[in-house]
Design a protein around this ligand. Sequence first.
Ligand code: GLA
Length: 458
Amino acid sequence: MATESPATRRVQVAEHPRLLKLKEMFNSKFGSIPKFYVRAPGRVNIIGEHIDYCGYSVLPMAVEQDVLIAVEPVKTYTLQLANTNPLYPDFSTSANNIQIDKTKPLWHNYFLCGVKGIQEHFGLSNLTGMNCLVDGNIPPSSGLSSSSALVCCAGLVTLTVLGRNLSKVELAEICAKSERYIGTEGGGMDQSISFLAEEGTAKLIEFSPLRATDVKLPSGAVFVIANSCVEMNKAATSHFNIRVMECRLAAKLLAKYKSLQWDKVLRLEEVQAKLGISLEEMLLVTEDALHPEPYNPEEICRCLGISLEELRTQILSPNTQEVLIFKLYQRAKHVYSEAARVLQFKKICEEAPEDMVQLLGELMNQSHMSCRDMYECSCPELDQLVDICRKFGAQGSRLTGAGWGGCTVSIVPADKLPSFLANVHKAYYQRSDGSLAPEKQSLFATKPGASERYEDNT
Ligand code: GLA
């Protein structure tokens, strides 16, 4: 599995309405026929939030919504991008001089991240050009990884144009790294599940080394995604990177407290591994070593014996250098407890006790509470939506993805699904103030999907 490459399916495009429509639009845009198509799915994270970049395992599944790209390699060195959604303007650049503008998270920059990742991996300075038409149906800025799906899809497009081969694991690692060109310090969950997902199963994604294991979800329950309609673009603000830095600083302070070589430590998981103790014990160490009152940069420098200049330039990311308050205790408590919940969730899925749906639901509820109170990555609308979902039959409900907006995921007993959907729709989306844009409203049960390439057999 670690060496497997993404599948290529020969299909009759004429028999697939979405591919056919894309082929026709491509033809009217570029005056030619696409050579092949690539798809990469978005994902919903069932449990394990904000812990991938701390080195801990997460439990996502791919959703059916995806990014689909029609591609034609061309002999010029020009990369021409178009999108079926008129909100995303055309873009063109020289394929030999890819520049990613971190100051504005514009759609084409995510595509360029994928291209650049592959280009750098093979040490290529000259890339052939291509015409690409992108079609995405993952709601943007909603915590379902529309941007990573675009990076992954563009990475696979570039690989295919070059006629090279890589395993899914290699592709996931390259795309996780290259998405950071946009300026966010994400972990590898989104790109990993986009490549490693398989139909019909969720996956436990473990890091260093990256691997994915099937997790069989309960057959008597359905996972339902609901969009709070609050948009959160993690590249447009510094919330996300502040959390990554708080975890990094907490790891360093914990390592120093335990007399480990703290300067090389970047992740909370490394501290646990070096101490060789359980997650529960790490929670106790956190309570001893850190205090709940927020830290200011001066105190952190005193604890580590470094200067403010060193803190800013050697530890913090460019967009967090001016931050004045770091909540290290709360962030570390969230990470270690959430990492333990992921393992408990997987164990319950394996053992399948009779009250499994209820037990899984409880873990999801605890995860939401921890995200809300300790990690502070929820928002009033997400909290309200989670309450509504629980009230109408969800055994558990939580925010999913980075948070501060976007979607919730709920575990709902299958027999309650129709009434659940109707009631949540009424209670959250049909609000009397009409404040929610209809195009953003989405409430749907998910089925796990997977990434693929298609060649036209017509
Ligand atoms: C974003 C990041 C992921 C992960 C989640 C939070 O989606 O890209 O790597 O950190 O947020 O769990």
